[in-house]
Write a protein that binds this ligand. Structure first.
Ligand code: SF4
Length: 261
């Protein structure tokens, strides 16, 4: 059965949550103008946000990271977004010399050997291009939801990313059923790997399907007993982990006005 068949359900309060999400996006566009960027992982939550940006004609640019280890199904969404919405997705890739150097020194599958090597791989393939992606931006829009993991249970609509920018999380209060209800109702294109029990999709070597009852992010870096974060969203790493060292105090904002609460 497809992910839509399994999960889509309109639950109480969905229309109100959707209205708040649209308001959060509108306010981000108004407050940050061209400084706002949707950093899309091309996962289903981000596809919902892209659909909302397109549907409401919001002047928010789109960008993604191509780590060089993504599934073909993930990359195929970039031209689909262009075809469906007429929106370009700017692609940021790692510096080739850094990748070659890392692979020569540590091998293609170094991530399985230690947490340090896994984080080093994420550093080269994700964090460095992310830093370039966000250069000159004042706000970035993500698909983080509170329900995704215990680490993310406190995700606010807006927060300080610890690097002088505002991180906007318009789906913070959405459930998994909400996401798939929206996808079904609006025929949002999505990664077919979600139909294969991969709720959270990252690089191919670091993503597996989850079993019934497992945590949403259990399929990411499944061989590790860690916080299941790669540093992109360090403010939601588990306290005490290396990733939480740069943790900034999350700011909460009024969902409707965007003002600090
Ligand atoms: S998710 Fe895996 S392959 Fe991708 S950058 Fe991190 S360690 Fe490397």
């Amino acid at each position: 059965m497809s992910a839509i068949g399994l999960y889509a359900r309109k639950t109480a309060g969905f229309d109100e949550r959707l209205a708040r999400t649209v308001e959060v996006l509108r306010q981000a566009a108004a407050d940050f103008g061209p400084g706002a960027l949707q950093s899309t992982s091309l996962g289903v939550e981000d596809m919902v946000i892209t659909d909302l940006i397109a549907r409401h004609g919001l002047p928010i640019a789109l960008a993604t990271l191509d780590t060089g280890r993504l599934h073909a199904e993930t990359l195929a969404l970039i031209p689909r977004i262009q075809q469906r919405y007429g929106l370009a997705v700017e692609v940021f890739a790692p510096v080739n010399e850094q990748v070659v150097h890392f692979v020569r020194a540590n091998g293609d599958d170094a991530m399985y050997r230690s947490v340090e090597l896994r984080k080093a791989c994420c550093g080269v393939r994700k964090l460095e291009p992310l830093a370039r992606m966000l250069q000159g931006r004042t706000a970035w829009i993500t698909g983080l939801r509170r329900e995704q993991s215990a680490n993310r249970a406190e995700v606010p609509f807006r927060e300080d990313d610890g690097q002088g920018r505002v991180k906007v999380n318009p789906l913070a209060e959405w459930s998994w059923a909400d996401v798939w209800h929206y996808v079904q109702a609006n025929e949002v294109p999505y990664n077919p790997l979600h139909d294969e029990f991969m709720p959270s999709i990252g690089c191919a070597p670091c993503t597996r399907a989850i079993a019934v009852g497992e945590d949403f992010r259990a399929g990411r870096w499944w061989w590790e007993d860690s916080s299941k974060e790669c540093g992109l969203h360090a403010t939601h790493a588990e306290p005490g982990t290396a990733e939480s060292e740069s943790q900034a105090s999350p700011l909460t904002f009024n969902a409707t006005t965007g003002a600090p609460a």
